[in-house]
Design a protein around this ligand. Sequence first.
Ligand SMILES: Cc1cc2nc3c(=O)[nH]c(=O)nc-3n(C[C@H](O)[C@H](O)[C@H](O)COP(=O)(O)OP(=O)(O)OC[C@H]3O[C@@H](n4cnc5c(N)ncnc54)[C@H](O)[C@@H]3O)c2cc1C
Length: 299
Amino acid sequence: MRPEDILIVGAGPAGLACAIQLQRSGVPFLLLEKDRVGGLLWNANLVENYPGFPKGVNGAKLAGLFEKQMRSTGVQVIFDRVSQINYHADRLIVTTEQTTYHPRYLIIATGTKPRPFPISIPEEVHDRIFSEVYPLLEIRGQHIVIVGAGDAAFDYALNLAKQNRVSICHRAGQTNCLPLLRARAMANEKIAYQGQTTIRQILTGRSKNKIFLTAQQLNEEFDIECDYLIYAIGREPQLDMIPPDLLPEIEKLARTKRVYMAGDVMNGYMRQTTIAVGDGVRTAMQIYTHLKETETLTE
Ligand SMILES: Cc1cc2nc3c(=O)[nH]c(=O)nc-3n(C[C@H](O)[C@H](O)[C@H](O)COP(=O)(O)OP(=O)(O)OC[C@H]3O[C@@H](n4cnc5c(N)ncnc54)[C@H](O)[C@@H]3O)c2cc1C
């Protein structure tokens, strides 16, 4: 086996856990990451359900610990984005921004991407509208509108309200986050929740460095002025690098143990670090067992 025979795409919790386990088993591999080690975890304010941290742990801190452990086990990351996965003449072809690989085994641990914001974002405010909280963690004294009412929206709000004022806008009346997150947000005087509020339009031209939103609550229309907007209106599997007509083939390759999926990319609403880590370890153990049965592994 050569390292390029096994390719892991994504160094979030799932890809990292898979890499650490393969390393322990003495199986060579390559780990590709387009952005930063730790994945979506960088956005989590307080992870309270990952065993080992009795008081919870900040997501960025946990991501840093994962990276430290990865490095201490000798795992190296190649920073490169996979732009396309293809399959031709019984060969997997993984094209990245820098090169092309032909792995015998492929682990897709690419997580999720945000659902697109449903209204048009004018060019002038592109740098003020985000789908992740991570780029805004250093800002102070700003007004941030968060669109959405799930766990991520409330977690973002609690994170940003440490230094800023936050308004959560949601088109339905009910929130759909954990009751504990809702209770914490409601008790925080820097967070306002506006239910039954739909953002209709983003206006520009009134002032630089500000965003003006037209919102509708029941039959009433009004303006909201803010510095930044984050939308957290759901996520979907990140499979952009696979042409849609290849997806059935990828499923077939998964049945024959040449392609594996691990973590949020395949977990529907069960998107949790613990599950992603478990998936990563399970995938590595499945590959190890498969290799022992079918190939000569150096003892
Ligand atoms: C606000 C918030 C709070 C959260 N709180 C908690 C919590 O309290 N408890 C909990 O258990 N979980 C929590 N989570 C969920 C947790 O972050 C995810 O379940 C976990 O990160 C999933 O890991 P993953 O490896 O499957 O995917 P991800 O973390 O999404 O990692 C995927 C990786 O793949 C990379 N990638 C994608 N496409 C490519 C490509 N084409 N080429 C190369 N690399 C690529 C990405 O850059 C990323 O690094 C929270 C998430 C958010 C957003």
